[in-house]
Design a protein. Structure first.
Length: 363
């Protein structure tokens, strides 16, 4: 063994440390970045009553209230609404409003503000009005089959829902809506899709993607279908997944989900804007300003084709119980949009990018 010279010991140790550090840096430099993953992938329930189809999302906790309520999954609106019954004490709910004695009401982990509003669903021919207050809470979306919990987010707590045609009050929680559209306000309330409030990690974009709905899974009891909803968009969704992207127009309420297109039916073509709406449970509604009657149903075996200005094209044929389609005069409905119903989503995939304000369509 040779001699050990104490004077060189720090230099030797320092050299060893530098060698290890360089090796470590080289290793870190070559380590691939982690693959981006969505925030969550959840199943939905497919429900049918006569010709009407719904896709339902469970809400299993609001604030500290652990009770599952079933909401209509709605791409045509942009707010979560839920009945007050069961969430706050019944003594605070009256026929004319929610009782708030101070600046706001804090109960069961839910803050109910004094900001009131009326939210309207449907058009001039039929619809529902909800009366209630802007509220805030932590929400758990999903159930025992899979769930994800939000941070504290705004939603609309209604104390009554009224059918606009009959004037009758609906049963509690029968009009709970989970609106996921791109708008950022609803009737002047600063409230957006509950899916738009999640914090995202690197290379994950705020938004969601819908897989095709399963035609054979609709049932009168509601059938759970796994993996229909993906929350959070990864780069593959936005680049290499063959979605045709449509940039959205900014409005006073945020971003409009309406997409310019040509609609062809009955041997004629018209220009219009399209809304793809999971919240419309049966009939697609083509708005034709030249229609000679207020509302008429296309007969079975009619062909309908749409082509958006961004190049997405879709053709379908009506049957006696599927792809039901009405032609309406917008002077009757007072709504100029052509609205495609939930049946569209059985043949096409749908994506909404909240960050870049785009809707993606894929067939």
């Amino acid at each position: 063994m040779g001699k050990m010279y104490k004077g060189y010991l720090p230099l030797i140790v320092g050299g060893l440390f530098l060698t290890v550090l360089i090796a470590s840096c080289k290793k870190d430099h070559n380590t691939p970045a982690p693959t981006p993953v969505p925030i969550a992938t959840l199943g939905l329930y497919e429900y049918q009553s006569t010709i009407y189809r719904r896709v339902i999302i469970p809400i299993s906790q609001v604030g500290t209230v652990k009770q599952t309520y079933y909401s209509i999954f709605d791409t045509g609106s942009s707010a979560m609404t839920i009945d007050a019954e069961g969430l706050i004490p019944a003594s605070l709910i009256t026929s004319s409003g929610i009782t708030i004695t101070g600046d706001s009401l804090l109960v069961n982990g839910i803050t109910v503000t004094k900001q009131i509003s009326t939210l309207t669903y449907g058009d001039a021919t039929s619809g529902t009005k909800e009366y209630g207050n802007l509220a805030y809470a932590i929400i758990t979306i999903g159930d025992v089959n899979g769930s994800v919990t939000t941070k504290r987010i705004p939603f609309f707590m209604y104390y009554k829902a009224i059918d606009t045609q009959s004037g009758s009050k609906l049963e509690a929680h029968s009009n709970d809506v989970f609106g996921v559209g791109p708008n950022t306000s609803f009737n002047s309330l600063a409230i957006a899709s509950p899916l738009s409030y999640f914090d995202t990690k690197a290379n994950v974009t705020q938004g969601f993607r819908l897989s095709k709905f399963n035609k054979s899974s609709y049932s009168s009891t509601g059938t759970y279908v796994a993996d229909l909803l993906t929350i959070g968009l990864v780069p593959d969704d936005l680049s290499s997944n063959n979605f045709i992207m449509h940039s959205l127009t900014h409005t006073s309420a945020g971003y409009s989900p309406n997409i310019p297109a040509t609609i062809s039916f009955n041997g004629k073509s018209i220009q219009g804007t399209l809304l793809f709406d999971t919240g419309t449970p049966a009939f697609a509604n083509i708005e034709d300003p030249d229609a000679t009657v207020n509302q008429a149903t296309l007969p079975a075996n009619s062909s309908v084709t749409i082509t958006t200005t961004s190049g997405f094209s879709y053709q379908y044929t009506t049957t006696s119980d599927y792809n039901l389609t009405q032609v309406e005069n917008p002077s009757f409905t007072r709504d100029p949009r052509t609205i495609f119903s939930i049946d569209f989503f059985a043949d096409n995939e749908f994506l909404l990018d909240y960050t870049n304000h785009r809707i993606g369509l894929k067939n």
